[in-house]
Design a protein around this ligand. Sequence first.
Ligand code: PLP
Length: 492
Amino acid sequence: MRSMNQNGITSYLLQHNECNPISFHMPGHKGSDLYKRYGYEYFLNHIMDCDITEIDGADNLFQAESIIMNTMNMYKELYQVKKSYLLVNGTSCGLIAAIMSSVKSEGKLIMARNCHKSVFNALTLGNISPVYAYPELIGEFEISGEILPTEIEKLLEENPDAEAVIIPSPNYYGICSDIEGIAEIVHKAGKLLIVDQAHGAHLKFFSRFMECETGLDKEWHSLPRPAEECGADIVVNSIHKTLASFTQSAVMNVVTDKVDLGVLEDKLQTVESTSPSYLLMGSLDINADLIKTNGDHLIKKWRENLMDFYREADKIKGLRIINTGANMDWTKINLNMSQCGISGHELEKLLMEKNIFVELVTGSIVMCMTGIGNVKSDYENLLEALRHISSVNLKSQKLEYKNEKDNFSELIKAIPKQEILHKLPNEKQYVALENAQGYVCASSIIPYPPGIPLICPGEIISKEAIEYVKALRTAGEKVMGINENNQVVVGK
Ligand SMILES: Cc1ncc(COP(=O)(O)O)c(C=O)c1O
């Protein structure tokens, strides 16, 4: 084999793959096995040969008429919506297009403050002003919960000139909002509801499966219903996060007649690559075929594996799993082992030593993101690792680790509300993070993951936020918006 750049991307990827990692992070396919098991190996074997462009016969993403339209129609059928669009720049581009087509320049958008950074990018690109809706803080860990319908109702009354509402559901932890209740309120006010369902592309297929199965205990077996069934106007799904397509591929569903498709399509082609990858689109096609032909079987297995996991995990001493009840998408497993004296970061490290890689750590919580490609042995390995970590650490008589609240959610909640948001500064300067207290932020500061801005342009940088960012960086977390000289961009 040709020797490669030893410190380059490919070497890393191949080395990582060689140690047979167990993935509880994105993407949902979890590697090549799924395609091989279900007969799509041919595509994998010809990956370079399938990497083409818009030759005659290959259709065009931005004027789909034949093969691409066929796949779009498969998604339209699967999600039972008015129209589905394939996206090659992730849910991110779908959210930007949906917002820019629903809100005029200099208009207002009611948005959850815990939206993904792509929503904040849409504000800048579209010259749109936000009105923030704040999520509930829930449980002893005070993680971000749902956005309440009453909060949306109040904001719509206070801001009759707002043109649309956007919220994430499920959020990163898997907590869903009452989309049905929110849709009713939004539509009564004559506005559009956009749902960022990046983390919930699978909900529709759990719901479809549950409708067909008889004799199941619905309380325990159900997941929250997908936004497509609850009255949202536009829903954007990261197929790659939990289902079987390649990273960056997603689907936007238009559900109601309220959406102007011409304007939406124009915005889509302004924010997506003009060379859409046929590999990404091909993998979306395979995912649709897989769901159509084997979806119920795969969802059944996924559900059974999860239920077996939760049943066994319940017996592990010192392990707690966050459960908020009926609004929880429990395909996301939120672990806490503070009773064994272990912080979130320590737990992540201990799991990595056992070859298990997780999606997210915040405070004392580790989130394992399951996907359609996870197999029974993945869950068994996770259980085995947790049992071992529990027995070793309980024996060592370490003191109980003091549960950290999810400071991130707490800080976000404490940020001054809309009326004290400052105008975006025209004149900018770099200031050391250390000395940034009191300045107006001019470029978002974003811990990644989860990719939700902690401080947005127009907000005053607080002492608490600076301390929090410093603590994250000390713990080795990535924080975007701080340069190599530890400076942030602020107004002059
Ligand atoms: C809540 C939320 N929305 C949107 C996105 C963007 O999705 P994508 O990676 O498909 O662009 C993310 C990414 O992690 C996310 O967490």
